[in-house]
Structures are given as C-alpha cells and as structure tokens.
Ligand binder design. Structure first.
Ligand code: 13P
Length: 248
C-alpha cells in the first residue's frame, strides 16, 4: 500500500515573533509537493497565531508536547484537551529531549499518547536509541521496547506516525545512513505486523529524524520503509522546502 509522505518540522525552542511569521510565509508561498503531508511544530506560544498564517494552505500544526490531564493545577503545562479546543491537530510525544532533559518515562509517554488519541489529536510518537545502546547492538530492542510501552492497549493506530530518531543523530550533523535507518524502520514494521496486524504494519507511517538536511533527504526518502522525516535544525531554514520535496 502506498503511504502518504510525511514531513514534520520541529522548531524546538527556537524562533521569535518575527521569525515564525517569516518562516511560515516562506513555506506557504513555496511550491510544495502536493502529495506530501507537511506539519510544522513551532513553540506553543506561537501555535495560535500560526493558525491564521497556515489557514489557506495544506500545512498543519503540531504542538511539541502536552500533558495528559485535561485541566487543573499543573503550572506550565498545556493539556491535550486544550490543544484540541484550540484546533491544533497534532502533538509530538516522547521526543528524546523530553525523555533525557525533562525525565519523561515510557510510562508517562504512554499516558500522554493514550490521552492525546482519546482527545482526538494525531500523534507523532518518537523513539530512538542512544549511541551507547547502538554500540552495544541494542538499537532495535530499545526502540521496540519504547514502542511497546508507549502504545500498550492502544485500540487504533490510525492517528499515529512513528518517528525513529536515534539520539546520536539529533542535532549532531551525524545522520544515520540509509541502511541504518531502513534496518530499524523495517524492524518496527515487522513488530507492528506481529504485535498489531498486517494492515496496520503496512499503513502506519514511520518517519526518520536526526540531522536530516536537503543534502541527505532524497536518498533516505528512497528507502522502502522510510515514509518521511521529522526535521529539527533544517526546518528553520529555506532548505526545509527541498526536504518536503524529496520525492519530486
Ligand atoms: P535535527 O534535525 O536538528 O537533528 O533534530 C531532529 C529532531 O530532533 C527532530 O525532532
């Protein structure tokens, strides 16, 4: 089955009012592959005003994180229900920076995933191994374990995109080779086939993240099980358009 190519731009904690406006303007005016699904993820502060800027374009918005409780005394957090209410359709969950810097566990990510899907959001669920784990040949085991915990008891995979982001490749300029990425993506798909069913295995998008740039995206996008990208640094640059257009 053919899966829609998906490119996400994770801006992380970058940008200013002036920058987010000009980045989105550039993107909205660019000629983007009509067959690609494009989702950008500015800092939460800029999500609502960004909505107006993407309103007449196919570009969708994502939050970079959310809390699973619907409301209450959780200073500094934004709930999945609030994202839904504000008309933000996507949320990134389980990003390695949330795991390593903010101490998010697989169990917390599972709660967030469940709550986000129940609230009607779509989820970009991130998994990935550290350099140490890769050197010990544990990449696939780690990624499958993260996925297993985060998606336990899930009733539908329709609104999930899996992002494989090896920690050693994030922000380092050290992109995974096509073979390294393809191997893990294929293992994830095989796991989906066994743990869920063959229909899910063939329909869920598995995207790659970690030092994706215009100079490496085409080769990665040719791999059988790489259905797109989650782009960090390069999503803040004009080359993001070339990454979106990797399959043109
Ligand atoms: P870079 O593209 O900057 O390596 O970041 C990847 C990432 O973490 C996307 O979520």
């Amino acid at each position: 089955m053919s899966r829609t190519f998906f490119v996400g731009g994770n801006w992380k904690m970058n940008g200013s009012v002036e920058q987010y406006r000009s980045l989105i303007k550039h993107l909205v005016e660019a000629k983007l592959d009509e067959k690609a699904e494009v989702v950008i993820s500015p800092p939460a502060l800029y999500l609502l005003p960004s909505k107006e800027l993407v309103a007449n374009s196919p570009i969708e918005l994502s939050a970079q994180n959310a809390y699973f409780k619907p409301s209450g005394a959780f200073t500094g957090e934004i709930s999945v229900a609030q994202l839904k209410d504000a008309g933000i359709p996507w949320v990134i969950l389980g990003h390695s920076e949330r795991r390593s810097i903010f101490g998010e566990s697989d169990e917390l990510i599972a709660e967030k995933t469940k709550a986000a899907l129940e609230a009607g959001l779509k989820v970009i669920l991130c998994v990935g191994e550290t350099l140490e784990q890769r050197e010990k040949n544990e990449s696939i085991d780690v990624v499958i374990r993260q996925l297993e915990t985060a998606t336990k008891g899930l009733s539908s995979w329709d609104n999930i995109v899996i992002a494989y982001e090896p920690v050693w490749a994030i922000g380092t300029g050290k992109v995974a080779t096509e073979a390294q990425a393809q191997e893990v993506h294929a293992a994830i798909r095989e796991w989906l086939g066994k743990a869920v069913d063959s229909q899910t295995a063939s329909s869920v998008r598995i995207i790659y993240g970690g030092s994706v740039a215009a100079k490496n995206s085409r080769q990665l996008a040719e791999q059988k099980d790489i259905d797109g990208f989650l782009v960090g640094g390069a999503s803040l640059k004009p080359e993001f358009v070339d990454i979106v257009n990797s399959r043109l």
